[in-house]
Design a protein. Structure first.
Lengths: 232, 636
């Protein structure tokens, strides 16, 4: 476990690095309302603990662990804001301050349930995106893959991996047979953001874009050829 | 002995259940027909056997609520035999389910269903599959009864002989399984250690009960480690291996023949492609409505004439024979009750259920789900909500139960409210068609249906805004089209309409005799007069209509049937104007849920929400009725 203070820093750096540039000490200081000197000191400590990479005049970027914590806290923050505003009817201003405090206490389990209860909102009340639960989401080893919802009608391919933000959803698509190495064919795409009709194995499934976004398919791999896995 | 029926949705479990037990479970050609489990006790080969039919499930570790319920029911039972109904035409998902059951050590027997279709598509080596899996397999065609005798024989001898079949997982996963098994140690579990270990690794909460506390933590660590190394989630990989195994087995035992595209498949494609599918959908919908309206009123006329010819003066004579005031009252109560059944239940309700059964068994309904998905999103629902709505056009009771296929409580509530308030059930349809439709014409029926459609959209939009959160998304299996079997269509229709004869007729009979007596003694008028400021003044209806409305709470069709009794004639045009009939039909179309619907709604949604909906619908019905009266009377 890291301290609340560290979480706060990582969250802030996460936000400042969203544009793709490192987070500068002065910006962090301004955002957290502390002196640049103490930011520099903290940055060096975070660099030492492997949460960020810090270069003196450029600023800080997050490492993989830092990213995980920073985005998770931001996720909790925005999810809580949404919860406070939508469910409890608290106004935006107050919800921000309160979410700032609650984000550090909220367990992952409660976070998951809040998200589920609200059907996994993707934006906070101000319209900023709620970071997806990326720790399950892994780029597959196969970089030739594209997302199922982007495929054209008639295209075929092999499922390479599932990118997932919610274990519940993943279970659902697994249960419908969307499992890596299986073959699928896009039969029909309904207009107006309607569902996609997919033949997976011998079954025909209609699934909404929300689910189709999670399935990654390689259309270059030939169907019917199964990759043998080690161990088997 | 207890047998539990398990299988993927829409593989014919209910048909197998019916032929094993003779109990009526309703089966249709779309996933999610059975939402409650069914239980029956039968004698099989001299043994008393309890057979349980579970709702369909794709996996024992499922993500949806209805499937979790089914999985939990399986956990809580200790069956002597799990009968897996497998689909010979879609083997992979069935095999994956069987793997999971075998891993957990359940004694499994497989009914390989839909063999007739599978045989046409190629060869399926049942014997080989049976020896690979180490379980007995009986090929069946449940709809024709083929293989059912063998199945019963096998069930009676279903010994718990655990199979030694195993899915070979990735070596890394196998190593984890060893760790888990060691961690479980000597604890006695309900399940085979290997199966319990796999479920632990999958993070299935149903299996973490009674397990040493440190194990779930260890699982978390292992999952993380696995993720780092394989760039894949452990649970995903476990399933990848299961489907891999299933695929290998299938390539050994199934030898498909190349299939020409059949006419059925071409038709199936046409029903789903929007350009052709949407016109087809409207065609079907209008066709259904016109059939019910035109064929229904023709049937009604014919039946009433036939009945009139048949009885002649029988009831008048009967009344006189009994004598006194009570004689004619009894006789005419009986007469009018029979007429009411002939005028409503047979022509409209029976006809509707026949058509619904045909649509359900053809597998057409899931196409509508797909086509209307994006429209349904506008009212806060997704396509699957269409099926409970269509079922609701038969009866609201099963429709409210069917809302269970929708996952979020918010959407369930929107859907149930719409069904209760704006979807006319077959009894309400009969009231609409039999009153204003018959005497005023199709225009009035169309007007009411359009008002109801508007209400569906309006309610949806309002509730969608009022109840926050994002809508969930559609994911549903689309079955192939198939030709409905007359036996299933007829039994299903009978099961659904029989209560109109068995339950409703006695109530109607008693009600009509009481009313006849009250009016014979002149009490009725004094009972209804105090409310006439409302019925006559606000709604412009005869004061006596209040009786029909009150009975309409008991059963919707009874409001219409009692009109016949109250006025003493089946020719309503002689006692009410078309405008009055319109107002009456409009009120009945949106009126509060009948007793049975209310009871089910309270059970599923609690008293508070049910009462809110009830109150809202009464208010809405009278507001609509009053407005219609106001508009019509100022127009004329």
């Amino acid at each position: 476990m890291v301290s609340e203070n560290v979480e706060e820093y990582l969250e802030c750096i996460w936000e400042l690095t969203q544009g793709g540039t490192p987070a500068r000490t002065t910006d962090v200081a301004k955002k957290l309302k502390v002196s640049p000197a103490s930011v520099t000191e903290m940055m060096q400590r975070l660099d030492a603990s492997g949460h960020i990479t810090y270069e003196k005049y450029k600023g800080a970027t997050l490492t993989e662990t830092g990213m995980e914590i920073g985005s998770r806290i931001k996720r909790k923050h925005r999810l809580l804001e949404r919860f406070l505003v939508d469910v409890l009817g608290i106004d935006n201003e107050k919800s921000h301050d309160e979410a700032c405090r609650l984000e550090h206490m909220l367990s992952d389990e409660s976070e998951r349930r809040i998200s589920q209860m609200m059907n996994n909102p993707t934006t906070c009340p101000d319209g900023d995106p709620i970071p997806a639960l990326d720790q399950l989401c892994l780029r597959g080893p196969d970089d030739d893959s594209s997302v199922l919802s982007d495929l054209d009608e008639g295209s075929q391919g092999v499922i390479t991996h599932l990118s997932c933000d919610d274990p519940q959803k993943i279970r659902r698509i697994i249960a419908m047979g969307f499992v890596p190495d299986r073959c699928l064919k896009v039969e029909e795409k309904l207009p107006l953001g309607g569902p996609i009709l997919v033949k997976v194995g011998d079954c025909r499934v209609a699934l909404a874009k929300e689910y189709a976004d999670l399935v990654h398919v390689n259309t270059k791999r030939r169907c019917g050829k199964r990759q043998r896995h080690r161990g088997g | 002995m207890e047998i539990v029926l398990v299988g993927n949705p829409n593989v014919g479990k209910s048909v197998v259940f019916n032929s094993l037990t003779g109990v009526g479970a309703i089966s249709s050609n779309y996933p999610g027909t059975t939402v409650e489990y069914l239980k029956a006790e039968v004698l099989m080969g001299g043994k008393k056997v309890t057979v349980v039919d579970l709702p369909g499930l794709y996996s024992l570790t499922a993500g949806t609520e209805d499937q979790m319920v089914a999985a939990r029911m399986l956990h809580s039972s200790r069956p002597d035999c799990v009968l897996v109904v497998a689909d010979a035409t879609r083997l992979e998902p069935s095999l994956v389910l069987i793997f999971q059951l075998l891993e957990l050590g359940y004694p499994v027997l497989v009914a390989m269903n839909l063999m007739a279709v599978a045989r046409k598509r190629g060869e399926l080596d049942i014997k080989a599959l049976s020896s690979i899996l180490g379980v007995p397999i009986v090929p069946t065609v449940a709809v024709t009864g083929e293989g059912m005798e063998e199945l019963v024989k096998a069930l009676v001898n279903c010994e718990s002989r655990p199979s030694d079949f195993r899915v070979s997982y990735d070596s890394h996963i196998e190593a984890y399984l060893e760790v888990m098994k060691r961690g479980l140690g000597e604890i006695s579990l309900k399940y085979a250690p290997r199966g319990a270990s796999i479920k632990l690794l999958e993070g299935d909460e149903n299996f973490t009960e009674g397990v040493p506390k440190e194990l779930p933590q260890q699982v978390r660590r292992l999952r993380e480690e696995f993720r780092k190394e394989h760039k894949e989630d452990l649970e995903v990989h476990i399933n990848r291996d299961r489907y891999g195994e299933a695929g290998r087995i299938i390539s050994e035992i199934v030898h498909p023949r190349p299939q020409p595209r059949t006419r059925g498949q071409k038709l199936s494609d046409l029903t789903m492609r929007p350009a052709t599918g949407i016109p087809i959908m409207f065609g079907v919908l209008i066709g259904v409505l016109l059939t019910i309206i035109l064929l229904g009123s023709w049937l009604e006329g014919m039946l009433l004439t036939l009945y009139g010819d048949l009885i002649g003066n029988f009831f008048i004579d009967l009344g006189n024979a009994i004598g006194g005031d009570i004689g004619p009252a009894l006789a005419s109560g009986l007469n009018l009750s029979i007429q009411a059944i002939l005028a409503i239940v047979i022509p409209y309700i029976l006809l509707f259920y026949l058509i619904l059964a045909l649509l359900e068994d053809s597998g057409y309904l899931p196409r509508v789900v797909v086509l209307l998905d994006s429209v349904m999103h506008k009212i806060g629902l997704h396509g699957q909500a269409i099926i409970p709505m269509l079922v609701g056009m038969g009866c609201n009771v099963p429709a409210i139960l069917a809302t269970r296929v929708i996952e979020s409580r918010r959407e369930k509530l929107i859907l149930a409210t719409i069904i209760i308030m704006a979807v006319p059930c077959s009894a309400q349809m009969a009231v609409i068609i039999g009153t204003v439709g018959k005497y005023g014409g199709l225009v009035y029926v169309a007007a009411i249906l359009l008002i109801l459609l508007g209400l569906v959209l309006l309610l949806g939009l309002l509730l969608h805004r009022a109840l926050k959160f994002e809508p969930t998304s559609l994911m549903v299996e689309i079955p192939d089209l198939s030709v409905p079997r007359s036996r299933n269509v007829i039994t299903k229709t009978w099961m659904r309409v029989k209560e109109f004869f068995l339950v409703a007729f006695p109530i109607l009979l008693v009600g009509s005799i009481v009313l006849e007596l009250l009016s014979a003694y002149g009490i009725l008028q004094s009972l209804v007069d105090p409310l006439s400021f409302f019925t006559v003044g606000f709604l412009g209806l005869p004061a006596i209509i209040i009786i029909a409305l009150i009975f309409g709470v008991l059963r919707k069709e009874m409001s219409f049937q009692l009109l016949i009794v109250l006025f003493g004639t089946a020719d309503l045009a002689s006692v009410m104007t078309v405008e009055q009939l319109f107002v009456f039909a409009l009120i009945m179309a949106t009126f509060m849920p009948c007793m049975s619907a209310l009871a089910v709604m309270i059970r599923e949604y609690g008293l508070k929400d049910s009462l809110k909906v009830t109150f809202a619908s009464i208010t809405l019905a009278f507001a609509l009725g009053g407005t219609a009266h106001f508009i019509l009377s100022s127009l004329l």
